[in-house]
Ligand binder design. Structure first.
Ligand SMILES: [Zn+2]
Length: 483
């Protein structure tokens, strides 16, 4: 019993966010720490979150011309080196295999940090004429980046799950449309499935994906005021196509270089999901993401047990056709214990059934995020549950939206940027000259950086002079601390 009594979360989200997060991850049975630093074991309830995310994104990809493929986990050194920018970009984080069995390999193999350098050469092989374009492939896989930072499940791990899409197009317009299509799908995933509003923007030039023409991003604000880079979509221009020779013959029989894109979203989205909605009772997730969407808890005495259980089983059968349902009919646990356990594990809707409900042909519904409770008719329950799940989603979304709306501020000087970030965190917008050097004083003083600039390159900056150096402002920088 003692182990079970420790089910609840002991840390506070507000006052010890990091410890609280780690506790939710482990106690909601999402992940464990692997024996090697930087790696985690994703448990079934955690992996179910990933599968639910995947099912949405994957179907949207397929609806818009993407097919899935799979490339090797290893990349020959010579391939990685063909694009100097990539090597420089990822070099310090690449893990290498140098031996196979007892033998030194003739050529070291990199464990993929991302797959442009192995996928692009094949896009080249498969492309002859303009009729072959566009090419769109995506793979769901893991990549490895050997960062020496503290392990934070789903946020910071050396190996992480993601999808990476790679496309080739005839021209800039096609590739740019593709870049924006994928960014919009990431936005849709966050806003419509994860119940997290995001800001769409561009990374500043000094923080682009190595070799990219433009890196676009969706940024999500966490309740602790830090920003999460939620997914990135890169317009790569012709740099990768030139390095790997992706050329095609156009309608006039002229040889042309393709324009390529790549776009990726990782399980960091799960970190953002857990961080955004969960509370001091444990995991909270919106219904579409929940491994179990509805839990039925029967409440009986010895003399009512049979009737209550039968009633609950009927409900399970009826709701089970439409939702991921669990009937918790364990004899050895009392209802209060069950309530706590399913709250901890993030089941959005609880259905309570006791002798009164059986007699009146009703059920009592209870919302996970706030405990709101309502007794409703048994008849039409499937539709009623639908409405309640929608209401739960709306509550979560509204709370996250409020957090974002209240935490975008403006500043006009270095002192103001630092003061505002120090007091409120969140995003601080400031006019900026575009020079990386002007990010340094903010970075040095409080580990905040420019997480994005507006997507629209022609957007007027919010002031005439760079808040740091006073030179002419080129764009509006969004400063924030980030995960
Ligand atoms: Zn400046």
């Amino acid at each position: 019993m003692s182990e079970q009594q420790e089910l609840g979360i002991t840390e506070s989200k507000e006052y010890a966010t990091g410890e609280w997060y780690a506790e939710v991850i482990q106690k909601a049975e999402l992940a464990d720490y692997a024996p090697m630093g930087g790696f985690i074991v994703t448990r079934p309830r955690g992996y179910a979150l990933w599968e639910n995310l995947q099912s949405h994104l994957d179907s949207w990809f397929k609806d818009t011309g993407v097919t899935n493929a799979y490339f090797p986990v290893f990349i020959p050194e010579s391939y990685l080196e063909k694009e100097k920018d990539i090597v420089e970009g990822f070099d310090p984080e690449v893990a290498w295999v140098t031996k196979g069995g007892y033998d030194e390999l003739e050529e070291p193999l990199a464990v993929r940090p991302t797959s442009e350098s192995i996928i692009t050469p094949f896009l080249a092989q498969w492309t002859r004429s303009h009729r072959d374009l566009p090419h769109r492939v995506n793979q769901w896989c893991s990549v490895v980046r050997w960062e020496a930072t503290e392990t934070k499940p789903f946020f910071r791990t050396k190996e992480f799950l993601w999808q990476e899409g790679h496309t080739a197009h005839e021209d800039e317009d096609g590739a740019w449309d593709e870049t924006m299509t994928r960014l919009s799908q990431y936005e849709r995933l966050y806003e419509d499935v994860l119940a997290i509003p995001v800001l769409k923007g561009r990374k500043p030039a000094h923080d682009k994906f190595p070799g990219a023409h433009t890196t676009t991003t969706v940024e999500a604000l966490m309740p602790d005021g830090k920003s999460v880079q939620g997914g990135t979509s890169h317009y790569l221009g012709t740099s990768f196509a030139e390095a790997y020779d992706v050329t095609y013959v156009d309608e006039d029989e002229e040889e042309q270089t393709a324009h390529t894109t790549s776009w990726g979203l990782s399980w960091r989205a799960l970190g953002a999901l857990i961080m955004t909605h969960s509370d001091d009772q444990g995991l909270v997730v919106p219904p579409a993401m929940a491994p179990t969407q509805v839990v039925i808890v029967p409440i009986w005495q010895e003399d009512t047990k049979d009737d209550v259980l039968e009633y609950a089983q009927d409900l399970e059968a009826e709701l089970g056709d439409r939702y991921r349902v669990k009937l918790d009919d364990r004899d050895e646990r009392n209802p209060g214990f069950k309530f706590n356990e399913w709250e901890l594990k993030g089941v959005p809707l609880r259905v309570e059934v006791g002798p009164n409900e059986v007699e009146d042909e009703e059920v009592t519904l209870n919302h996970r995020p706030d405990g709101e409770s309502e007794t409703v008719d048994r008849e039409g329950l499937v539709e009623t549950v639908d409405d309640h799940l929608d209401a739960i989603f709306a509550k979560l979304k509204a709370r996250a939206e409020e957090n974002l709306e209240e935490n975008v501020r403006e500043a006009e000087s270095r002192e103001e940027i630092l003061g505002t970030l120090g007091q409120h965190k969140g995003y601080v917008k400031a006019p900026w000259c575009g020079d990386e050097a002007c990010e340094e004083p903010i970075k040095d003083a409080m580990a905040a950086e420019i997480v994005m600039v507006p997507l629209d390159r022609d957007a007027e900056p919010i002031g005439d002079e760079c808040a740091i150096c006073g030179a002419d402002a080129e764009e509006t920088a969004y400063f924030a601390k980030s995960y």
